[in-house]
Design a protein around this ligand. Structure first.
Ligand code: ATP
Ligand code: MG
Length: 663
C-alpha cells in the first residue's frame, strides 16, 4: 500500500492511480523478530474503555507532592488534567534520579559545532539548574512570571528551562535562528520579565550574533527587565549596564539548593509559538502535570528507552520536539541524551554519522527533510562509519516519502532497525500517532504512522464531518482529550476555540489531511491548506512531491501552483538532484512522464526547475509561500514576514537559487 494509491475523490476520478510495490515488506519480518507483533491493538482497545484510569496509572510513575483530586475536568474544549495535584517539572527530571544509581549517569553528552565535548551527569545538571534557579530568583523572577530563552543548542539551554520550571516560572524558548523582529514579537506577547541568551552560537563555522539580535529586539520589549548572557563564543558584544549580566557572574554567588516550587498540575510549564508556516504565530500553552505525564509515557512507549541506551533526537530545542523529546521526555526517564550544536553537514556531510559512531548512539530521531539532505550527499558518508550501535530509528515533522524511508531503513539502519514514524504537533505536546515498540510493534508500512497511541481516538472526517470511508482522503481529527494537549492559546482562548474546535463540532481539528487504509493504518497526507486546483481537480502538494522523489534522480522536490488563466493553477516543480545526476531537458521530460505515470495526466508538471537548495524553516519545513512567490514572479520585496521562519540570509540565498533555476 502506498500513499499515492489514495482512492480518488469524486472530482478526481479520472486520475490514474497506480500502485507501487511495497518496497519494505522486509521490514515487517525484521521487526517481528525483535518485538511481538499485534499485541498492540489489544492494549489499545483496552485503553479506550477507561482512559482516565489508564492515565492515572501513568501519572503514578511521576513524583507528586500531592496527589490529584480529579483525573480530568473536561469543559469542551478546555481540559484540566490531574486537578488539584501538585508537582514540579525540574524535580521530576532531576532530583528524582539523585536518589538512585543514576545520580552519576551521563544525562547529556554535548558536542559543539567546532568540536568541543561536554558530558553532564544527572547530578551535574541538578547542581547547575539549582544555581541558575537561584540566579533567576535574585533577578526578581517569581512563580507565574515568564522567562524568555534565546540560546544556541548548548547545555545551558535545557538548564535554563529546568531552572525556570524549578521556581514555577513559565518559560518560552525562541529558536536561535529567529531574527530580532520575531524574538520581539514573542517576548512581547509573552510579556517576558527576563531574557536568557548568549553572546553567540556557531552555525556552519560562523558566529550567529545572538546578543546583537537580542539587543535589537529589546529596544521594543518594555517588559524585559534583565538579560542574562552566557559566554559561548567569547567575541565582544555590547553590554547594557544595569540590564545585562553575565551568566557566570550571577551564578557564582548562587545558593547550591533551591526548593522546587510545588505548582498545581495545570500551572503553565511553557508557552511555545508555532513556527508560523501557516500565518501569525500562536502562543501554544502547555500544562505541567498532564504534559509531563504524556511526554514521559510516550518517550517510553515509542522510543522504548532503556538504561543502556544512548538516545539522540536531532531537533533544536527551539521546536516542540526539542522540548518534549530532547529535554523532558528523556530526563524524566533517566536517559542518556546526545545534543549537537551545529549544522548536519559541517564540516562535511559525515558529521552526524561520526557522532553516532563516537557515542554509540542506539536510538536516532530525526526528520525526513534532514534525511533527504543527507541522501543527496550519497551513501559514501554513512558507509564510512560504524552505525551498528543503532537499534531504533524515528522520524517526525512531515510525511516521510517511501524513498527516504527505504534509505533510512537500509543505509542508516542496516536493515535491522524499525522506524517509528511519529505524527504530532506543537499543540499536541507529544506523539499521538506512531508505532510503539515498547507496547508491541505492529508491522510497519513505509509512509504510514500506523496507529494512534493508547486512549487517542483519531479519525478521518470528510468535508461534512462524517467518518471518511477507508482509502479516502479526509481531515485528521482527534475525538477526545489527552494529557499532553494544549490548554489554550496564550491570552486568546477565542482563537484557540476557533482554530482547533470549530471546524467540526466537539472534535480537535488538526489541519492535516490523512486517510485510513483497510487495516486502519493512518497515512498522513500533508496539510489541508496545501492543495492545488488544476483544471478543477484538487491535488495535494505532498502527493506530487512524493511522486517526484520516488524517481531515483530527485533528492527533494517542492511543488507549488502558479495561477493560470485557463487551468486555474498549473504545477510548478522545484527539485534538487541526488549526487551523480545533473539537470537536463531530458531529465525534466523523464520526470514529467514519471509523474504522469504515478499520479495521472492531470498532474503533469508545467514547469520543472532544478535548483541547489530549497528555502526551508530551520525546523526543516519547505517554505512554499516563498517558492510560490518566486514561481508567480511576484515581488518578494518585504522580507520581514519571512524573518519569522529562517535567517534572512538563508532565505535570500534560496530565492536567488530558485530564480537562477528558473532562468
Ligand atoms: P504552524 O502550525 O505554525 O504552521 P507547524 O505546523 O509547521 O507550524 P509543528 O507543530 O512543528 O509546526 O508541526 C506539526 C505539523 O507537522 C503537523 O500538523 C503535520 O503537518 C506535520 N507532521 C508532523 N509529524 C508528521 C508525520 N510523522 N507525518 C506527517 N506529517 C507530520
Ligand atoms: Mg501546525
Amino acid at each position: 500500500m502506498q500513499r499515492d494509491a489514495a482512492k480518488p475523490k469524486k472530482s478526481e476520478k479520472n486520475i490514474n492511480v497506480e500502485k507501487r510495490e511495497n518496497p519494505m515488506s522486509l521490514s515487517l519480518d525484521v521487526s517481528a523478530k525483535i518485538y511481538p507483533v499485534n499485541r498492540y491493538l489489544e492494549l489499545y482497545s483496552r485503553s479506550l474503555e477507561e482512559p482516565e484510569k489508564f492515565w492515572e496509572e501513568q501519572a503514578r510513575e511521576l513524583d507528586w507532592f500531592k496527589s490529584w483530586d480529579k483525573v480530568l475536568e473536561w469543559n469542551t474544549p478546555f481540559a484540566k488534567w490531574f486537578v488539584g495535584g501538585r508537582i514540579n517539572a525540574c524535580y521530576n527530571a532531576l532530583d528524582r534520579h539523585l536518589k538512585s544509581w543514576r545520580k552519576n549517569k551521563a544525562a547529556l553528552i554535548w558536542e559543539g559545532e567546532p568540536g568541543e565535548r561536554r558530558v553532564l551527569t544527572y547530578h551535574d545538571l541538578y547542581r547547575e539548574a539549582n544555581r541558575f534557579a537561584d540566579a533567576l530568583l535574585r533577578l526578581g523572577v517569581k512563580t507565574g512570571d515568564r522567562v524568555g530563552i534565546y540560546m544556541p543548542l548548548i547545555p545551558e539551554l535545557p538548564i535554563s528551562m529546568l531552572a525556570a520550571s524549578r521556581i514555577g516560572a513559565t518559560f518560552t524558548v525562541v529558536f536561535s535562528g529567529f531574527s530580532s523582529g520575531a524574538l520581539a514579537d514573542r517576548l512581547n506577547d509573552a510579556e517576558a520579565k527576563v531574557l536568557i541568551t548568549a553572546d553567540g552560537g556557531y552555525r556552519r563555522g560562523r558566529i550567529v550574533n545572538l546578543k546583537e539580535n537580542a539587543d535589537k529586539a529589546l529596544a521594543s520589549c518594555p517588559t524585559v527587565e534583565h538579560v542574562v548572557v552566557y559566554r559561548r563564543t567569547g567575541h565582544s558584544v555590547p553590554f547594557k549596564e544595569g540590564r545585562d549580566i553575565w551568566w557566570d557572574d550571577i551564578v557564582k554567588d548562587s545558593r547550591k539548593y533551591v526548593e522546587p516550587v510545588s505548582v498545581e498540575s495545570n500551572h503553565p510549564l511553557y508557552i511555545l509559538y508555532t513556527s508560523g508556516t501557516t500565518g501569525k504565530p500562536k502562543g501554544v500553552v502547555h500544562s505541567t502535570g498532564g504534559y509531563l505525564v504524556y511526554v514521559s509515557a510516550t518517550q517510553k512507549w515509542v522510543f522504548d528507552v532503556r538504561d543502556e541506551d544512548v538516545y539522540w533526537c536531532t531537533a533544536d530545542i527551539g521546536w516542540v520536539t526539542g522540548h518534549s523529546y530532547v529535554v523532558y521526555g528523556p530526563f524524566l526517564n533517566g536517559v542518556t541524551t546526545v545534543m549537537y550544536e551545529g549544522a548536519l553537514d559541517y564540516p562535511n556531510p559525515g558529521r552526524w554519522w561520526e557522532i553516532v559512531e563516537r557515542y554509540g548512539v542506539t536510538i536516532l530521531y530525526t526528520t525526513p527533510t534532514a534525511l533527504r539532505t543527507l541522501i543527496k550527499y550519497g551513501d559514501e558518508y554513512p558507509k564510512k562509519y560504524d552505525l551498528s550501535s543503532l537499534r531504533l530509528l524515528g522520524t517526525v515533522g512531515e510525511p516521510i516519502n517511501p524513498a527516504a524511508w527505504e534509505w533510512y531503513f537500509n543505509v542508516v539502519g542496516g536493515g535491522r532497525c524499525p522506524i517509528v514514524d511519529t505524527w504530532w504537533q506543537t499543540e499536541t505536546g507529544g506523539i499521538l500517532i506512531s508505532p510503539a515498540p515498547r507496547l508491541g510493534l505492529v508491522p510497519l508500512k513505509p509512509g504510514s504512522a500506523t496507529y494512534p497511541l493508547p486512549t487517542i481516538m483519531a479519525d478521518v472526517y470528510d468535508e461534512k464531518g462524517r467518518p471518511a470511508p477507508s482509502m479516502t482522503r479526509g481531515y485528521l481529527v482527534i475525538k477526545n482529550p489527552w494529557p499532553g494537549m494544549l490548554q489554550t492559546l496564550f491570552k486568546d482562548p477565542q482563537r484557540y476555540q476557533q482554530v482547533y474546535w470549530s471546524r467540526f463540532e466537539g472534535v480537535y481539528y488538526t489541519g492535516d489531511y490523512a486517510m485510513k487504509d483497510e487495516e486502519g493504518y493512518f497515512w498522513l497526507l500533508g496539510r489541508a491548506d496545501e492543495v492545488l486546483k488544476v483544471a478543477g481537480h484538487r491535488l495535494g502538494t505532498i502527493e506530487l512531491e512524493d511522486a517526484l522523489v520516488s524517481h531515483q534522480a530527485v533528492a527533494e522536490a517542492a511543488v507549488v501552483g502558479r495561477p493560470d488563466a485557463v487551468k486555474g493553477e498549473v504545477i510548478v516543480v522545484f527539485a534538487t538532484l541526488r549526487q551523480g545526476y545533473s539537470p537536463s531537458p531530458q531529465l525534466a521530460q523523464e520526470l514529467r512522464e514519471h509523474v504522469r505515470r504515478v499520479i495521472g495526466p492531470i498532474a503533469t508538471p508545467e514547469e520543472i526547475h532544478f535548483v541547489h537548495m530549497l528555502p526551508k524553516t530551520r525546523s526543516g519545513k519547505i517554505m512554499r509561500r516563498v517558492i510560490k512567490a518566486v514561481a508567480s514572479q511576484a515581488e518578494i520585496g518585504d522580507i520581514t514576514t519571512l524573518e519569522d521562519e529562517a535567517s534572512v540570509e538563508e532565505v535570500k540565498k534560496a530565492i536567488e537559487t530558485l530564480r537562477a533555476g528558473m532562468a
